[in-house]
Write a protein of this length. Structure first.
Lengths: 301, 163
């Protein structure tokens, strides 16, 4: 497969083979050149603006070839004075999963084999509050909400103190200045330590090449967000970095028919997230772990 | 002298308060195709304030919203059917129907304005759109309607790799 996306490991293989064959690093085939460039690509945080531009251009061309759609890859940095926070109203959620599929479409997630969902909607019995051990996420009744249950969507909680970041052996995942926990897919080696470390099951592994229908590709992407992923990398919710850094609500917020999902800047006194933290009963998941999530569940009633 | 000053200040405040109407950009109200302007039928039509079952028109409207105390013209204006009517008698546009609801649902209205009840879309630090209450609640029967859920995720054994 000539135009396959090279992972770091594949490239290591290619290069050692070509070294053995005596043809050296800069072989004449263009696939080799691209692979070489990609291998030599530095960690995102160490790239100069010029390097970023070159990488973006290379990727835009390749994605265009692979998917037949024009891509626009943003590398927009965190804005000063922003710290993103999320609010979710447990008195309103009816468990309809509109958010789950809006997320899949916005973020170019693999549709099947693997099916990558970054939001899991848990159904809990009313009463014995927030006992995640007794939750169910395969419920499928005719209509929701169902009598006697509440629904609790869970996704990456964007911890201030993210355990996933600490365990990554290659620093392929980190927390941005605006609080978003992101992954450089080109740097990820697929070891999945981060998945084991996350207490919220907020990360998903692409155990095969992602599958997305061409006509459903979203070409407006961020380098650290919804650009197409490759086989053997971990991905996660980024609060739709490609949207929020340009001032728009995450896709799940806009898709929710009940207005359960709230989003805003924790440093902005006027934001809806600040209003709800100050005026509603809020709690965060597994507070005892000191992960300091920036994902606030609340009850408006 | 001093009291007049304070009085006029009070007056100014009160005036200013009544004057500054907050504005909330909203999407188009969720009217049935072709029903607006209402005056296209109602202009010149006799107003019938009697509580009754509607037989000629609007047959699908069955009031289930404090109906023991209320009827159509508590919210709609008899003379100008293209407007809604507040308790004060003030007429408002259909794009401002939240003010009507806010008269009785004060706390919800306050949360709605802050973006906590209901939903806003667009640019959260700039231009926002507020969904009207009636985008989610039928004003005549406001209980939120149940929805069919989207499909559950595939169980691990349903996927090819059996993971």
């Amino acid at each position: 497969m000539a135009d396959k996306l090279y992972t770091r490991r594949d490239v290591v293989k290619v290069i050692s083979f070509s070294l053995l064959a005596g043809s050296g690093l800069l072989g004449s085939s263009c696939v080799n050149k691209e692979a070489t460039e990609e291998f030599l690509q530095r960690h995102y945080l160490e790239m100069t603006e010029d390097e970023k531009k070159r990488v973006v251009k290379r990727l835009e061309e390749r994605y265009r070839k692979d998917y037949g759609v024009k891509f626009n890859i943003s590398t927009e940095a965190a804005k000063k004075g922003t710290l993103w926070g999320y609010g979710l109203d447990l008195s309103r959620c009816i468990g309809c999963r509109r958010c789950v599929y809006a997320c899949v479409r916005e973020n170019n997630n693999s549709r099947h084999d693997p099916q990558v969902h970054l939001i899991r909607v848990l159904r809990l019995k009313k009463g014995n509050l927030i006992n995640l051990e007794h939750s169910e996420h395969y419920y499928n009744p005719e209509h929701v909400p169902e009598e006697g249950f509440i629904y609790m969507p869970v996704q990456c909680q964007h911890c201030e103190n993210p355990p996933c970041v600490k365990v990554c052996p290659v620093k392929a995942t980190w927390k941005e200045p605006d609080g978003l926990v992101v992954v450089d897919y080109n740097w990820c080696i697929g070891c999945r330590y981060c998945m084991a470390a996350c207490p919220y099951k907020g990360r998903v592994f692409n155990w095969a090449e992602p599958k997305i229908p061409k006509e459903e590709i979203n070409g407006e992407v961020h380098y650290l967000g919804n650009r197409p992923r490759m086989k053997n990398v971990v991905e996660k919710c980024t609060f739709c970095i490609q949207r929020v850094r340009s001032g728009r609500y995450p896709a799940c917020v806009e898709a929710c028919p009940t207005g359960t999902r709230k989003f805003g800047n924790l440093l902005d006194q006027e934001s809806e997230i600040r209003y709800l933290i100050e005026n509603k009963r809020v709690f965060r998941l597994k507070e005892d772990l000191n992960t300091e999530p920036k994902f606030y569940y609340f009850f408006s009633l | 002298m001093r009291t007049t000053f304070i009085l006029s200040l009070l007056f100014l405040c009160a005036y200013g308060y009544g004057k500054t109407k907050e504005e909330f950009p909203v999407p188009r109200p969720p009217f049935t195709e072709g029903i607006f302007p209402c005056s296209s039928c109602h202009e010149g039509m006799e107003v019938n304030p009697k509580k009754r079952e509607l037989k000629e028109e609007h047959r699908s409207i069955k009031l289930r919203h404090g109906e023991n105390f209320r009827w159509c013209l508590d919210c709609h204006d008899g003379q100008n059917r293209d407007k809604l009517k507040l308790v004060s008698g003030e007429l408002i546009d259909f794009t401002e129907s939240y003010m009507l609801c806010g008269q009785c649902h004060g706390t919800t209205y306050r949360d709605w304005k802050a973006g906590i009840h209901g939903k806003r879309t667009g640019y959260f630090s700039g231009k926002k759109m507020y969904f009207l209450c009636v985008h989610c609640h039928d004003p005549h029967n406001p209980k939120f309607k149940p929805l069919r859920p989207e499909p559950p995720p595939m169980k691990p054994k349903e996927t090819k790799h059996g993971r």
